[in-house]
Write a protein that binds this ligand. Structure first.
Ligand code: PEP
Ligand code: MN
Length: 356
């Protein structure tokens, strides 16, 4: 039993705490330096063998009163915090990261600004099918004050026997309608060799969910100045999504917009599961504008409006949806596109919620 007064013991403990803090900080600085070396050498940050060796050494020298299990536990916490520090340092290096650029990236599309706090709607048919179809949609977009029209010309279809899109002909139709109604136009490109060509026709190039990790396509998208809308992969984590965007930005094109479009889960009552939590996370982690595609995420016309409202409430810079003059005969995604009266009702609902 110690006879020393409690105050004296506590003072000594405080001193040891300070020494420990000093040593932990010193260790953390060394860990950061090691992180830099590992990055240069392209070595994995987590090295389980090295961790095991350090723990074994510590336990071998342990003379109590903590038992070996506790010593392992305590040092594992320190190792975990150190690894997190290295990961955090690496995140700061990403060009798409909020840590690298605190201010929001704004993208100018004609007279329209994306990312300035005014929500933007991107709407149009799943696929470009004819001039008549695209003009009918463009007209209603103009009437509704929507300035960005979508339409697929190169369609990444699940079945090779399904309609594959009109290709360059489709891009020409989009451009013609967009010029006629003074709209901006966005269309998907699936092949790296088409990126340059597409810049002649579209104002935004879309990289679809199926190609989110088509690294050659991402690199090609980085070589042009045309803004890119990058969709989240069907089974991509948020981290993978941001790394995909980093491919484009690090190759020279800073005009990237992210688009959450639902991920695959076991849920069957929606086409995909709209990961609304991705919106505030992406906005926190990155300075790039964030859109939510309510059509491909839900696959259900009946819940587009509440999902769009949720997206905007969660901080999205805009919403994408599919509109077709006659969805029942659409050559792709017939079940999920809105007809024109339903689109008008959708717009009324959105405007009401924005104004409220
Ligand atoms: C699309 O927007 O036309 C499309 C195919 O979407 P996604 O890549 O998200 O499936
Ligand atoms: Mn579609």
């Amino acid at each position: 039993m110690s006879n020393r007064p409690l105050e004296e013991l506590r003072t000594q403990l405080d001193e040891i705490n300070m020494e420990l803090l000093h040593l932990l900080s010193k260790r953390a600085s060394l860990v950061q330096e090691i992180g830099e070396v590992k990055k240069r050498q392209g070595v994995n940050k987590f090295d389980p063998e090295r961790e095991k060796k350090m723990l074994d050494q510590l336990v071998a020298q342990n003379q109590g009163p903590f038992d070996n299990h506790t010593v392992r536990y305590l040092f594992k916490q320190i190792f975990k915090a150190s690894l997190d520090l290295q990961i955090d340092d690496q995140k700061k290096d990403l060009l798409v990261s909020r840590k690298k650029q605190a201010t929001d990236t704004m993208i100018q599309l004609g007279t329209t600004k994306v990312g300035n706090g005014t929500p933007q709607i991107i709407a149009g048919p799943c696929s470009v099918e004819s001039e008549e179809q695209v003009f009918a949609v463009a007209k209603v977009l103009k009437e509704q004050g929507v300035s960005i029209m979508r339409g697929g010309a190169f369609k990444p279809r699940t079945s090779p026997y399904d309609f594959q899109g009109l290709g360059v002909e489709g891009l020409k139709i989009l451009r013609k309608a967009a010029d006629h109604y003074d709209l901006q136009v966005i269309s998907e490109v699936v092949s790296p060799s088409d990126i340059e060509m597409a810049t002649e026709f579209v104002d935004v190039i879309q990289i679809g969910a199926r190609n989110m990790q088509n690294f050659e396509l991402l690199k090609a998208a980085g070589t042009v100045n045309t803004p890119i809308l990058l969709k989240r992969g069907l089974a991509a984590t948020i981290e993978e999504f941001l790394f995909a965007a980093e491919y484009i930005v690090s190759n020279g094109n800073a005009n990237v917009m992210l688009c959450e479009r639902g991920i695959r889960t076991y849920e069957k009552w929606t086409r995909n599961t709209l990961d609304i939590s991705a919106v505030p996370i992406l906005k926190n982690e990155s300075h790039l504008p964030v859109f939510v595609d309510v059509t491909h995420s839900t696959g259900r016309r009946d819940i587009l409006l509440p999902c769009a409202k949720a997206a905007l409430a969660a901080g999205a810079d805009g919403v994408m949806l599919e509109v077709h003059p006659n969805p029942s005969v659409a050559l792709s995604d017939a079940k999920q596109q809105l007809d024109i009266p339903s689109f008008e009702a959708f717009m009324a609902g959105i405007k009401q919620s924005i104004d409220a």
